[in-house]
Design a protein around this ligand. Structure first.
Ligand code: NAD
Length: 290
């Protein structure tokens, strides 16, 4: 397939490289990052998009996505698919899809989970919103870049699934970390805490798979001095997107709001930027009730 790939950063570069390695013809564009091996560089986003059957975007945020969409939609061939894999606001995703469809294109919002490691290994999970026809056309590419693609519904459904998942993740990580800090102060051994909770009703992905306590449970960023992994500022981004979506549809999300505020304080006032989102545990360790 002829593929245009725009945004070749930490995630986009390995995704584009995997598509090229699988035999697709990939033309790439990024404002600053170089093209990975096998990807042909273009001079502009529009040049990367023209003649492509599928254009994939992997950009930092919704504002940039909308600007890039404005450049590439006029350059794309009728019937081509604009597939955005960035994490953006549900509203951004729906606006871009409407613009693309008005121009005779197909559109998908297809954010990912799995991080940089999943992008490199081709084991991402795609959560996808858009038409059946668009999903069917891009499905073989999802198979190359990932291990699973779930078609969640119409435009915006992929972003909706992503922010709901990550809202649960942020809230659960905080709950796991504060429980460890409480257990410490109660004199409970961390390994015993893990042995009980990971096999009891308090179990979760954050406890069982990504345990925030160093030396306990499977290997995780906590065992590497909290180097990310999934950085606290990226969790904050997703929690803010969840709050923006909750405001849009008037949904009551008190735990999501509390998690957004805690990560905001952690990232912006307490030096949490650049650390894994599980570094909430040492934060709680240092604190007391007031
Ligand atoms: P990144 O900052 O490494 O890459 C983004 C790239 O977009 C950069 O190379 C930048 O130069 C490029 N760019 C910016 N504006 C551009 C423009 N106008 N035209 C062309 N290129 C432009 O970010 P990333 O870590 O690759 O993340 C990309 C997206 O994936 C984000 O939306 C992020 O939330 C999401 N995401 C990231 C992770 C992760 O672990 N890094 C996990 C899941 C989802």
């Amino acid at each position: 397939m002829n593929i245009g790939f725009i945004g070749l950063g930490n995630m986009g570069a390995p995704m584009a490289a995997n598509l090229a390695a699988a035999g697709h013809s990939v033309t790439g564009f990024d404002l600053t990052a170089p093209c990975p091996a096998g990807v042909t560089p273009a001079d502009s986003a529009a040049a990367a998009a023209s003649g492509a059957e599928v254009v994939i975007t992997m950009l930092p945020n919704g504002e940039i996505l909308e600007a890039v969409a404005g450049e590439i939609i006029p350059a794309m061939a009728p019937g081509a698919v604009l597939c955005d894999c960035s994490t953006v606001d549900v509203e951004n995703a729906r606006r871009v899809a409407a613009e693309a469809e008005a121009a005779g294109l197909l559109a998908l919002d297809a954010p990912v989970s799995g991080g940089v490691g999943g992008a490199a290994a081709g084991t991402l999970t795609f959560m996808v919103g858009g038409s059946e026809a668009a999903f069917a056309k891009v499905a073989p590419l999802f198979d190359v870049m990932g291990q699973k693609a779930v078609h969640c519904g119409d435009a915006g459904a992929g972003q909706s699934a992503k922010i709901c998942n990550n809202m649960i993740l942020g809230v659960t990580m905080i709950a796991t970390c504060e429980a460890f800090a409480l257990a410490d102060k109660l004199g409970l051994d961390r390994q015993k805490m893990f042995d009980v909770v990971s096999t009891s009703s308090g179990q979760s992905w954050t406890m069982n798979t990504y345990c925030p306590a160093p030396g306990v449970g499977p290997e995780s960023p906590a065992d590497h001095d909290y180097r990310p992994g999934f950085a606290a500022e990226l969790m904050l981004k997703d929690l803010r997107l969840a709050q923006s979506a909750a405001e849009m549809v008037d949904a009551d999300t008190p735990m999501g709001l509390a998690a957004a505020k805690l990560y905001e304080t952690f990232v912006e006032e307490e030096g949490g930027k650049g650390w894994d989102f599980s570094a909430m545990l040492p934060r709680f360790e240092r604190r007391n009730r007031t």
